[in-house]
Write a protein that binds this ligand. Structure first.
Ligand SMILES: NC(=O)c1ccc[n+]([C@@H]2O[C@H](COP(=O)([O-])OP(=O)(O)OC[C@H]3O[C@@H](n4cnc5c(N)ncnc54)[C@H](O)[C@@H]3O)[C@@H](O)[C@H]2O)c1
Ligand SMILES: [Zn+2]
Length: 397
């Protein structure tokens, strides 16, 4: 037998820049990033979430003005291409092929750029198209939702759904750069603002007790999406996610564990079971509640800590009792999660707020009890809220 052992390392580096009004012609951030390091005029294809266009009527004109203002350094190869916003673009991803065709037609090469503007779903689908055209066209992401700015848009993954399974097709492909512009969040529906908070609670729970305390203390202002709390929350959440990806030793998830995926084994399943009626962040909130409950019943988490977690989730406004929870097959969901990761089962649990442990076995009967307990608890809260609303209505009458 003869073996030639190949071995090399590739270093990745990309900035996540926080700015405002990225397409204001006076804002040089985007043009500076595209022009950095190489002479000549950079070509870029803009792909944008249709909802962002719909709710920001002047945006397309502004993008075009931006191109005019910076034409000495960059050129938009075509008018912005609109992609259907939300999970549909991952679920029926016809636009991926259309983006490939645009790359070919407009001569977008490996030194050109795709600029993806949108929520996490659009960024995932466009990222997949960018990573597979020419084996990887440079991607600049402009996330426009809370969840995309603090999680989905700043990492190294992309993907679309297939065979009814989330992210079945996808690649690990670090972006060239990410630009987080808080102004985009102005048009975001309240439900989507809330959904993004779940990932911040998640990362605080597994990595940073102080950050959790901050979110807990500010829970009332978080519930009303106070801009300063939201911006601080997004920044710290993004920072923690990036520290983990860069410093966690496994950016491309070759191992069996996915330490950032606290609450996610069930979240992914609930998204599927609800046919995406539940948003990713909403499903993650339920997943956090469930795995916290399980951590408590395993004796890992204190009662007061559990109460603080539930209180924070509920104060922010998450409903923890979606019907999909009652359709959940715990065993099947865990086995599919393991299958997606490959290797052995590894589920992050909490050994206190800010401290995560990996569980390689789950007590199915206990987990089922937790699902039942969560469902009953949340239903009881709904009944109390309904009764108090009705008695309020009677008093008014
Ligand atoms: N790649 C990753 O590492 C990663 C991580 C977490 C989540 N995700 C994926 O991200 C997706 C969820 O992303 P999301 O929470 O951003 O939701 P989303 O992309 O589905 O967006 C939610 C809705 O808001 C609209 N929208 C986007 N920006 C808007 C704006 N500024 N104003 C008004 N409407 C706007 C979208 O069109 C959509 O209808 C899921 O598919 C999830 O799997 C990926
Ligand atoms: Zn997530």
């Amino acid at each position: 037998m003869q073996v030639i052992q190949q071995q090399f390392q590739v270093a990745f580096s990309y900035p996540v820049v926080f700015t405002r009004n990225v397409f204001d012609p006076a804002n040089p951030v985007l043009a500076d990033l595209l022009a950095a390091g190489e002479p000549g005029i950079r070509r870029a294809l803009v792909v944008i979430d249709s909802e962002v266009v719909r709710l920001n009527p002047g945006l397309l004109a502004q993008i075009s003005l931006y191109g005019e203002a910076h034409r000495a350094r960059m050129v938009f190869a075509a008018p912005p291409f609109q992609v259907r916003g939300g999970e549909i673009c991952k679920h029926e991803p016809s636009e991926v092929a259309e983006i490939h065709a645009l790359v070919e037609r407009h001569k977008i090469c490996r030194h050109s750029f795709i600029i993806a503007i949108g929520g996490g779903a659009v960024l995932d689908a466009v990222g997949y198209a960018a990573a597979t055209a020419h084996r990887g066209v440079r991607l600049v992401r402009l996330p426009t939702t809370v969840l995309a700015q603090n999680d989905a848009g700043i990492g190294v993954k992309n993907g679309v759904n297939a065979f009814g399974r989330k992210n079945f097709l996808g690649t690990f492909a670090p972006p060239f750069a990410v630009i987080n512009d808080a102004v985009f969040l102005g048009s975001l529906p309240l439900r989507d603002r809330r959904a993004g908070v779940a990932e911040a609670i998640k990362v605080a729970l597994i990595r940073d007790r102080e950050f959790f305390d901050y979110l807990y203390d500010e829970r009332a202002r978080l519930a009303s999406f106070s801009p300063d709390v939201m911006e601080r929350m997004i920044f710290r959440c993004a920072e923690l996610h990036m520290q983990h990806i860069g410093g966690g030793g496994d950016p491309f998830e070759s191992g069996s564990s996915r330490p950032l995926d606290f609450g996610h084994w069930v979240a992914h399943k609930l998204e599927e079971l609800s046919a995406s009626e539940l948003k990713h962040g909403e499903a993650v909130a339920i997943g956090i509640a469930l795995d916290s409950l399980y951590s408590r019943r395993q004796g890992l988490l204190g009662e007061i800590e559990l109460r603080r977690i539930m209180n924070l989730l509920e104060t922010v406004g998450f409903a923890l009792n979606h019907p999909a929870l009652s359709w959940l097959d715990v065993e099947k969901a865990l086995s599919e999660f393991r299958e997606h990761l490959g290797g052995k089962l590894s589920i992050p649990l909490l050994a206190g707020i800010g401290t995560k442990v990996e569980a390689h076995e789950i007590d199915i009967a206990l987990m089922k009890q937790c699902v039942g307990a969560l469902f009953e608890r949340a239903s009881a809260r709904t009944d109390v809220a309904r009764a108090s609303l009705e008695s309020g209505a009677r008093r008014v009458a």
